[in-house]
Design a protein around this ligand. Sequence first.
Ligand code: NAD
Length: 478
Amino acid sequence: MTEDVTLLDAVAATSGGEDLPVSSRFDVLDPATGDVLAQAPDVSVDQLDGVFAVALDAFGTWRHDEAFRRSALRRAAELIEERIDELAEILTAEQGKPLAEARSEFAVSAMWLRYYADLDLPSEVLVNDEAAGYQAVVRRPMGVVAAIAPWNFPISLAVWKIAPALRAGNTIVVKPSPHTPLATLALGQVLRAAFPPGVLNVVSGLDPLGAAMVEHPVPRKVSFTGSTAVGRKVALGAAADLKRVTLELGGNDPAVILPDVDVDEIAPSLYRSAFANAGQICLAVKRVYVHDSIKARLVEALGEIARSVTVGSGMTEGVQMGPVNNRAQLDRVVDLVDDAVEAGARVVAGGAAIDRPGYFYAPTIVEGASDGVRLVDEEQFGPALPIIGYTEIEDAIARANRTEYGLTASVWSGDPERAAQWAPRIEAGQVAINAHGTGVRPDLPFGGLKSSGLGVENGPWGLYSFTEIQVVTGPHRP
Ligand code: NAD
């Protein structure tokens, strides 16, 4: 790439360390305007044979040099930091999030790469003596990994797969969402300088390309982040040849607020936990259960914050919330809030799409919608939050659990010990006390219970999920 050609102008799929030529492209829209931003390569299902072949070929060497793998991951982190301004602009342009948050997504991804570069993956020698001989448990790489990502955090959720998969010695083919392929394709191009050809491959295409990756005979593992509906299809597709799967799926994450909280103190943190990334976070607070005695005050405090938020293009300085990422998602949020109002709920702030080009929806606080209303029962994945009153804490916990999902949850109290007594009663992969989602760190496992997923990512547990166990036995090894 020459100096005056930007990453966005030259966006291409990466296979075997080179541009993968394509015969067609699809439009990627700017959610802040609804206009076409760029065209992404529409990699065909037939081309997957070639992409997986180069990934398999690269695996033969990559798996053997652990020290080199660690240094390549560190180099990848440096390359991201060197190009962070350009990369973040592409991410904001296609995803909608404020530029500072796009930068932070790349910065955090560099941190994840370094974490895995530094993490050890030792063999466990269980026995080694003259009498009993040698018995060890070795964690081997699996081969080629197929990684499929959604549009809300295209980069960090792809790197949650790339970093541990490559660290363990696998090679990988990554497919971003067709709504947000550009930043991931650009990342693949930038990281050609970090990895040998074929180790990290990035393809873009429409949904059938994802299904074809799952069914392809070469990958031995599918790591998928997306909706529960598609996750079920991935599990079925992977079952044919028993590919290993990790599924990070949807959530309808509850926050339970006890009567002894300081409402003014918790409101800003609770608001951020629900509305960051315009509410498009798998682990965002999606329902608030608050004790009746403080409900009115909390509704008012959250409404006041929602009304004060600056909504606009993520490229504009000072904007706190960008657009919803795509038309279908905006329509869904409109539909869910309208349905709640028809069912008798009251809109305290927002309540409608903003009248301007693009997919903007005003930050919305709704009260009076309870369980049985779609806004409460379903994953809204957007900037609209229902606040639900309760009288007895047991009842609030039971309602929090009355869902097919179980991703994250939180319990808030003036007395953290009291919250800690109730927290484990919520069926969720992570439960936070007096905060929400604070367990998202490279060193802690992240995954959902029930229909929110299968397996975990991050930490050593995430690394293990990109390995297969092999037992080695033999005579004593001096
Ligand atoms: P989605 O399920 O529609 O798409 C996710 C990815 O799967 C995309 O790349 C898509 O092209 C691909 N895909 C579509 N059909 C496929 C198929 N049949 N086989 C294989 N791949 C296929 O999800 P989305 O709308 O992009 O993302 C939003 C959803 O993702 C929400 O439900 C959200 O909760 C969930 N999510 C979960 C996590 C988590 O870690 N648990 C994180 C972020 C988002």
